[in-house]
Every structure is written in C-alpha cells, then in structure tokens.
Design a protein around this ligand. Structure first.
Ligand code: NAD
Length: 303
C-alpha cells in the first residue's frame, strides 16, 4: 500500500510510520517540522517538509496514496486558547487541504481526533454518541475536522474514520513540552527534579500507550469501518495514581509539589472502548505500568 502520513515526524505519527514501513508499505510523510523531528523519520520513508495550510497537490502527484493518515496538527490545547485563529488554520483549514488531497486519489482517510478535548466532563466512560462539549478551540477544531470528514464522505464518497484518542503517552513524547504528563513526570524524575501537581491531583484521564494507538490506527486503516471510534482503555487514572506509578517504575522517593489548580481543567475524562472493540476488534493491551516502564527505558537511553 502507498500511505501518506501527515504529522509523520511527530510523536504518534512517527510510530505509525515505523509500523507501516515495517510491514512493507510505501510511506510518504508531510510534516513542517514545527514540532516533529527529522530523526524520528526512518530512512525508508520519504519526508516532504511542507505545511498543510497550503494545498498538497504536488505531493499527491508524487505519493499517489491509497490511504491517508492525517495526524498533523497544532496539538497543544493551551496554544489553541491563546491563538484560536492560528489553531483553526492548521486544524480546520489544514484538514480541508488534506481531504482535498485524499479526494484526488480516492484514498481512505484516518483522522486523529480527540476524546479528551471533545466530550467535556465525564460522569462515566464517554461513548461515541454522547454529546460533544469541547472546552477549547483545539477540541472545537477537531470536532470540525470530524465534520469535514463526514461532509467529504457524503459529497465525494471519501472513505474515512476519525479516531478519538485518550491521553496518549510513550517513547518520543517530549519531556520538556507543556503537554504529556507521563513524559514530563519521568523527565523530571530522571533529572532528580520535583514534579508539579496542579490542584489536589484527583483529576483523572484515560492514558493509552502509543503502541496500542498504532495498532488501532493500522486496524482502522485496513478496515472499511466508517465514522467515529474511541481509542482508550476505559480506565480513569488520577494524577496522584499516575505519579505513584512513575515513582514505582523509576525507584524515586521524591515527593511532588502541589500548585494551584488550573482554571478550566476537566475533573474526569475517560473513554468507553466497547464500540471500537465490537467494530474494529481492537482493545488496548499495554498496562499503565508496562507503558510507563517502556517510556522510562527510552528516556534513560538518552531519548
Ligand atoms: P505532535 O505535535 O508530536 O505531532 C503533530 C505533528 O504535526 C508534528 O510533527 C508537527 O511538526 C506537525 N505539524 C504541525 N503543524 C503542521 C502543519 N501546519 N503542517 C504540517 N505539519 C504540521 O503531536 P502528537 O501527540 O503526536 O499528536 C498527533 C495527532 O494526534 C494530532 O492530530 C493530535 O491532535 C492527536 N491527538 C494526540 C493526543 C495525545 O495525547 N498526544 C490525544 C488526542 C489526539
């Protein structure tokens, strides 16, 4: 298969690229390297350093994709709050450009959406047909992206699926970034520095290991299932519980420092994966302790 992966130099996208290359697919990557890293890209893949805010016509001619994995995004919620119009140019207008590109070859599109930023506060694991109440421009833009996928499907018959990821973590996540609490905690523990917990640490998230997300993405790419699917574990983990796992894995006895709660932060976000299991045959397999240990090994090896 010929696969075009946008955002393929980034954290999750590069793991998907590795898996596609590993099974013998021809892979073209579109990434402007605004957050992605050239060294994440395997030699077997072709990297086009390009901004999805511009039409992708020339790249489609070169890549002639059968499938498109659309993972390029402005992926930082706080940037979206500070610069909502910029976020929309990448995450909405950019998605329209990618869909226009896919239309030219009739490629099936797999889109990275978000569960954490779309459903809002969860009193139980969120299901795909629950109301969407994004609390940020980022969540609103991802929801708009899902809308564009549906519209292109109805207008042109573009085959598509949107995957609503939980909190993805694993090797290659930036330990110095603003998002990605697993990498941030482990990075600080590696340096012997205190970790900061905002509020009382009871806020919980659905942490899903990047290797599981790759399996889900390939299953979605190969299937003909349409629509929207949650990719999460169904298990809420509080920040305090996560910190305890990180201390256990690293052997650290450092206490975390508590700082003021951040305004607007969700108390609980967790995804119901039953519809995904039934339609795609996918369930996450990596436990939090295993995934944190794999991330720790990667960090200790020098990232
Ligand atoms: P990432 O920032 O590592 O990857 C995004 C990639 O897109 C980067 O390599 C970046 O350079 C590239 N990019 C950004 N703007 C671009 C542009 N204008 N043109 C071309 N390339 C551009 O983030 P990630 O965590 O790997 O996220 C991958 C996808 O999954 C994103 O769509 C993100 O919104 C989504 N997602 C991530 C999580 C998570 O927990 N990490 C959760 C839900 C959804």
């Amino acid at each position: 298969m010929r696969v075009l992966v946008t955002g393929g130099a980034g954290f999750i996208g590069s793991h998907v690229v590795d898996a596609l290359v590993g099974r013998g697919d021809e892979v073209h990557i579109v990434d402007d390297l605004s957050n992605g890293k050239r060294h994440n890209v395997p030699a077997e893949a072709t990297l086009h350093v390009y901004d999805i805010r511009e039409p992708l016509d020339g790249i489609v001619d070169a890549a002639a994709p059968d499938r498109v994995v659309h993972f390029a995004a402005q992926a930082d919620v706080r940037v979206s709050v500070a610069k909502p119009a910029f976020d929309a140019t990448v995450n909405v207008a950019g998605t329209a450009n990618v869909l226009e590109a896919a239309r030219q070859t009739g490629a099936r599109v797999v889109f990275a959406s978000t569960g954490g930023a779309i459903y809002g506060e969860c009193t139980r694991p969120a299901r795909e047909d629950d109301p969407c109440l994004p609390l940020s421009p980022y969540g609103a833009a991802k929801l708009a992206g899902e809308g564009y996928l549906g519209a292109f499907g109805r207008l042109y018959g573009t085959p598509h699926i949107a995957l609503r990821f939980g909190n993805v973590y694993g090797p290659r996540q930036d330990p110095h970034g603003e998002a990605g609490v697993v990498a941030i905690f482990l990075g600080r523990l590696l340096e012997g520095e205190e970790c900061r917990i905002f509020g009382d640490g009871s806020q919980s998230r659905d942490y899903v290991y990047v290797g599981d997300v790759v399996r889900a993405t390939l299953a979605a790419l190969d299937s003909d299932t349409e629509g929207v699917l949650n990719i999460g574990t169904g298990v809420p983990t509080s920040v305090l519980e996560l910190y305890a796992v990180c201390r256990e894995v690293t052997g650290s006895d450092l206490e975390a420092v508590h700082e003021a709660a951040r305004p607007g932060e969700l108390g609980r976000s967790v995804l119901d994966g039953e519809h995904t299991a039934a339609t795609l045959g996918f369930r996450p397999e990596v436990s939090l302790a295993e995934g944190v240990a794999a991330t720790w090994d990667w960090l200790r090896a020098g990232s």
